[in-house]
Design a protein around this ligand. Structure first.
Ligand code: DC
Length: 218
């Protein structure tokens, strides 16, 4: 099997590129951030103190989190829209910073890595989730481009809106710093001003080469 690990900060293009690459290769797309978001939603709904790492991990450890056709299910219920909302986005960094929470979600994330091949995206994928991935990629983009992408996702190109997104991206980088574990051996790609198709085509070639060189590890 071939496993591609794609890590990078918010707005670096991870999700778009990982989804397109998985499609092109016919691989599973594993969005590890969705697991943290689903766990955070359950923690918020439980009313437990977000600073209580053991408590958060207990809540999360009791859940069954699955991804099906790009949607996230918790105990069989589709929560995809809720986990992308502002409440979860504002609190997911704090919850995912607890080592006990990370330990509680690791098994489900690894179980989603299909033996038929997978593109796995997140912050610590190449270093922790699938450290033996055939290809490891670290995506970056300029702060302005990252903010502009976030603004575009909510349908605006207004300068004030972009500045607001730049502030929140800066905050998220700081909050996610402990989780952003860049793997040694990851190829860095700066996506600033580069078309998604161009990056995906490059990664298809790299993944095919890495899969061949890595042999059959299934
Ligand atoms: O990729 P995303 O923005 O949906 O991720 C949401 C949060 O989850 C992110 O702010 C940090 C956390 N996360 C993490 O700690 N480790 C990962 N492998 C993926 C996400």
């Amino acid at each position: 099997m071939t496993v591609v690990a794609i890590d990078g900060p918010a707005g670096s293009g991870k999700s778009t590129i990982a989804a397109a690459l998985a499609e092109r290769l016919g691989f599973a797309h594993v969005d590890t951030g969705a697991y943290y978001r689903a766990g955070t939603l359950a923690v918020l709904r439980s009313g437990i103190d977000l600073r209580d790492g053991a408590g958060c991990a207990r809540v999360i450890g009791d859940l069954t989190i699955e991804r099906r056709a790009g949607r996230t299910l918790v105990d069989g219920v589709d929560v995809e829209d809720d986990i992308r909302g502002p409440e979860v986005t504002a609190t997911v960094s704090a919850v995912s910073a607890h080592p006990a929470v990370r330990a509680a979600l690791l098994g489900a994330q690894r179980a989603a890595v299909s033996p038929a091949g997978a593109v796995v995206e997140g912050r610590d994928v190449g270093s922790v989730v699938v450290p033996d991935a055939d290809l490891k990629v670290w995506l970056t983009a300029s702060p302005l481009e990252r903010a502009a992408r976030r603004a575009a996702q909510v349908g605006t190109a207004d300068a004030d809106a972009i500045a607001t997104h730049a502030d929140s991206i800066k905050r998220r980088d700081a909050d996610d710093a402990s989780q952003m574990l860049r793997s040694t051996g990851a190829i860095e790609i700066d996506t600033t001003g580069v078309a998604v198709d161009e990056i995906v085509s490059r990664l298809v070639r790299l993944a095919q080469r890495a899969g061949t060189a890595g042999g059959d590890r299934a």
